[in-house]
Design a protein around this ligand. Structure first.
Ligand SMILES: Cc1cc2nc3c(=O)[nH]c(=O)nc-3n(C[C@H](O)[C@H](O)[C@H](O)COP(=O)(O)OP(=O)(O)OC[C@H]3O[C@@H](n4cnc5c(N)ncnc54)[C@H](O)[C@@H]3O)c2cc1C
Length: 396
């Protein structure tokens, strides 16, 4: 067993932390108020190789492991407390890897180098206005038509709808094949038969959330991922990968909150002594830190297991990785939210102001409590199924 990061991993982690300190922190308020990630920030990420970093070098990525990507996600979540940059990063990392693993050669050559260079956005479209948890009953259809497919229906609450219009790009879109099974298609956002709508969110303002309507939207055959009819399994593989990166970003945000809190309670004097001397505060800090530390290592292990599973594809490892990933996705967002909330309270009234900036983190992390990449109860259902057996899944 080896818990030490390799020299290469540590150097990369340091580089991303420096990027977070020098580029993301100074821009986070602007990212929140302007509602977009500035072009120079995306350019900086591309130069460091952060965009879609697990994509193989043949298509412009770093060919990074899930472990290295997890480390980067921690630093980006710590750097841009609003979580917008983390969301942009992890969507492209997770779903870029899935396109690399299951896309056609033609599609990969066309799309991935653009995504890795920051000239196109790549996201995921599974959720529909009728729900995001019960994906087996989704309603958007795709039908074979000429050389390709047509898509009909609506996807909602999608991250990056506006970015895919501005930069170019699109979403890996899970559809019900009218001929049977599920079809996972890359659907460029711009094109005939598409209409888009932007939603008004409460947080992570620097990346849009919106809906896309498809009215017999044509999609070329080269944009099909994997075998026709087997799209559901591929999408689930993508969630396994992306949920670890979500959790890592939450760990970064939790650590940022605690670091902010530690600096504050050491210097804020109340009743004639620093706030941090009161056990009520000190013990709360210790309890939060202990939980964050445990979940961080659980998260890194989930990434390590994911790397092994993606290489082997073994059924036994699939179960192990699903447990590990669901467990961190169940615990990382709530602990991050709790850290930000508690530290806000240590700041007293100042914590409620925008000057201190903790509300950025509170609004951003909340998106991962609500459900992006799967709600907390869905993680509980996955774990219940893994621990008790399929017959205990509480729905048809
Ligand atoms: C900021 C943000 C960004 C997002 N980005 C994307 C994106 O890029 N692409 C995309 O496809 N989706 C995206 N989503 C949608 C997200 O994946 C869904 O919110 C999530 O899957 C839950 O779906 P839902 O919101 O329709 O809630 P529902 O499925 O209606 O569920 C509502 C609540 O009930 C709980 N629940 C559901 N089923 C059960 C059950 N059987 N037992 C107990 N509890 C249950 C859920 O956990 C949830 O809390 C995003 C969401 C947010 C908030």
């Amino acid at each position: 067993m080896e818990f030490e990061l390799s020299e290469e991993e540590r150097a990369f982690q340091d580089a991303v932390r420096r990027f977070g300190d020098k580029v993301l922190r100074p821009n986070e308020r602007r990212i929140d108020s302007e509602g977009r990630i500035p072009d120079e920030v995306l350019r900086g990420m591309a130069e460091l190789g952060l965009l879609a970093m697990p994509v193989s070098t043949d298509y412009g990525g770093l060919g990074a492991s899930s472990v290295l990507t997890e480390l980067a996600a921690e630093e980006i979540g710590r750097g841009d407390f609003s979580m917008a940059t983390a969301v942009f990063f992890l969507l492209e990392a997770g779903w870029g890897l899935i396109l690399d693993r299951h896309g056609t050669e033609e599609a990969k050559r066309e799309i991935l180098p653009e995504v890795c260079a920051g000239r196109a956005f790549l996201g995921i479209a599974t959720t529909e206005p009728t729900g995001g948890s019960d994906l087996a009953h989704l309603r958007t259809t795709s039908t074979r038509s000429g050389d390709g497919f047509t898509v009909r229906g609506e996807k909602a609450f999608l991250s990056g709808v506006e970015e895919a219009q501005r930069l170019g790009g699109g979403h890996l879109t899970l559809t019900r094949a009218t001929e049977g099974g599920f079809r996972f298609l890359y659907v460029p956002t711009k094109g005939p038969g598409r209409t888009t709508q932007r939603f008004s969110n409460m947080g992570r303002m620097g990346i849009s959330t919106g809906a896309i309507g498809y009215d017999d939207a044509p999609v070329p055959a080269r944009y099909l991922l994997g075998a026709d009819g087997r799209g559901f399994e591929i999408a689930m593989e993508g969630f396994t990968v992306a949920r670890t990166f979500v959790s890592a970003a939450c760990i970064g945000a939790a650590e940022r909150a605690l670091e902010t809190g530690i600096a504050y309670v050491k210097q804020r004097e109340v009743f004639g002594q620093p706030l941090g001397k009161f056990e009520a505060i000190q013990f709360e800090l210790v309890d939060l830190w202990t939980q964050v530390e445990a979940i961080k290592w659980q998260c890194r292990r989930a990434a390590w297991l994911t790397d092994h599973y993606l290489r082997s594809g073994s059924a036994a490892q699939r179960s192990e990785v699903q447990r590990a990933v669901a467990a961190v996705k169940l615990t990382a967002p709530p602990i991050a939210f709790e850290c930000v909330k508690r530290v806000m309270m240590w700041f007293g009234a100042a914590g409620y102001t925008k000057d201190v900036g903790l509300e950025l983190g509170l609004r951003g992390v909340m998106s991962y409590l609500v459900g992006a990449e799967g709600g907390l109860n869905i993680m509980r259902i996955i774990l219940g199924r893994e621990l008790l057996g399929k017959e205990f899944v509480p729905y048809k």
